[in-house]
Design a protein around this ligand. Structure first.
Ligand code: UD1
Length: 417
């Protein structure tokens, strides 16, 4: 199994290009199921989660043709199967995103209950309740969700927890429903907006994406379209924290500053100098970072997917910072690994108290989930000596060419067997 070997100590400098957003691409690929015509997507990131999703869509009977420029053409003229099996769903929770589209277009779907990252129980009850409110008959049998509805009906749906993929699944289902659907307490994440923009290009009638009430007026069918996937805000934030932690100076290209304001604010608070342009962000850190306090919450607040990276920053910062996780239980699995690198962290409930130390020391550590693994790369970049990060298949789920991109910024990093 591949590992990453990182020699700490280099200050990052230079430019790095950001890939298309994984969390926008995953629902948008599933949107291809809603139409018989071809959906062309650009800026698709090359990631394990994307190939898992394409395998699932191919298994269902969708025609998938990739080009070598990050583009893909999807055509679901008809599907061979209406079932997403456990073997394909277990590795990626976002596979649940096929449920709404298949049910809406074909009147029936069977989707295995998902697995995915080990970061808490992560139920899908709100996806199910929303589809039931739209008239679907749903049974859970043998680990599968079996949903039926000759045609979904528009409904008023209040989600009592903000759920990103829940909002996306129901929004896709509602595009082909009979009547108008109101999604209340909807997720406001930029990826929800990107999906809505793609659906609108396909002929859907959607208003309010990006606010907490999304109104979808169902139509009889959707048509083909071309859509460019938005930049990955979590990858963007990860490289910016990497520059800050190493007291470096970098420019991140092909991205947007308006979608990571809460992250930029925290980086400024840590002492970083930040400039932004139309599609780039530059960061310079001239001194040791200052510890920051943060609490994760749904967009536009601080993203849970950036929590571990800021924990790494606090590990070597001046002062003491608290990190509070409110979205997922069990999302502090990186703490033990950071302690192996010499970090001073104590956890009480959903809050971690991080006392900055003068230096971390290289060690062998294990990646436990996608974002935790990125935080270990950041910690290793400032640790004295060599660190080995094991189980980096977690990183490959969400970061395109991570070692090439870091090496280009001057880090000493290589993939080893
Ligand atoms: C998405 C992102 C993930 C990010 C997360 C939170 C994708 C593919 N993944 O995950 O990277 O970390 O948002 O920003 O976009 N919940 C329920 N019932 C449900 C659904 C969710 O109780 O039916 C709870 C979850 O357990 C969690 C909270 O709602 O506590 C938020 O989860 P959710 O927004 O659904 O996360 P994902 O969409 O899976």
């Amino acid at each position: 199994m591949d590992k990453l070997a990182i020699q700490g100590g280099a200050r990052l400098s230079g430019e790095v290009r950001i890939s298309g957003a994984k969390n926008a691409a995953l629902p948008i690929l599933c949107a291809g199921l809603l139409s018989a015509d071809t959906l062309h997507l650009e800026n698709l990131p090359k990631l394990k989660d994307i190939s898992t999703s394409l395998t699932l869509l191919g298994h269902l009977g969708m025609q998938v043709s990739l080009d070598d420029q990050g583009g893909v053409a999807l055509q679901a003229a008809h599907l061979d199967k209406l079932e997403a099996p456990y073997e394909l769903v277990k590795t990626m929770r976002a596979s649940i995103l096929v449920l709404g589209p298949i049910l809406a277009r074909y009147g029936e779907a069977r989707v295995s209950l998902p697995g995915g990252c080990a970061i808490g129980s992560r139920p899908v009850d709100l996806h199910i309740k929303g589809l039931q409110a739209m008239g679907a008959e749903i049974n859970i049998e043998h680990g599968y969700i079996h949903a039926k509805a000759s045609r979904l009906k528009g409904a008023r749906i209040f989600m009592d927890t903000v759920t990103v993929t829940g909002t996306e699944n129901l929004m896709m289902a509602a595009t082909l429903a009979d009547g108008t659907t109101f999604l209340e307490n909807a997720a406001r994440e930029p990826e929800v907006v990107d999906l809505a923009n793609c659906l609108i290009a396909m002929g859907a009638r959607i208003e309010g994406a990006g606010s907490d009430v999304i109104v979808i007026e169902g139509v009889d069918k959707l048509h083909g379209a071309t859509h460019k996937i938005m930049p990955d805000r979590i990858e963007t934030g990860t490289y910016l924290v990497a520059a800050a932690i190493t007291q470096g100076q970098i420019r991140v290209l092909n991205t947007r500053a308006d979608i990571i304001e809460s992250v930029l604010d925290k980086l400024r608070e840590a002492g970083a100098h930040i400039d932004v342009g139309n599609d780039w962000i530059s960061l310079e850190m001239r001194t040791r970072p200052k510890a920051v306090n943060l609490k994760t919450a749904p967009y536009p607040a601080f993203p849970t997917d950036m929590q571990a990276q800021f924990m790494a920053l606090n590990c070597i910062a001046e002062g003491v910072g608290t990190v509070t996780e409110t979205i997922f239980e069990n999302r502090f699995m990186h703490v033990q690994e950071m302690q192996r690198l010499g970090a001073d962290i104590s956890v009480e409930g959903n809050t971690a108290l991080v006392r900055g130390v003068d230096k971390l020391e290289g060690a062998v550590v294990m990646a436990t989930d996608l974002r935790a693994s990125a935080s270990l790369v950041l910690a290793a970049l400032v640790a004295e000596g060599e660190s080995i990060i094991e189980r980096i298949y977690h990183i490959d789920r969400g970061y395109e060419c991570i070692e090439e991109k870091f090496a280009q910024l001057g880090a000493s990093i290589r993939r080893v067997k």
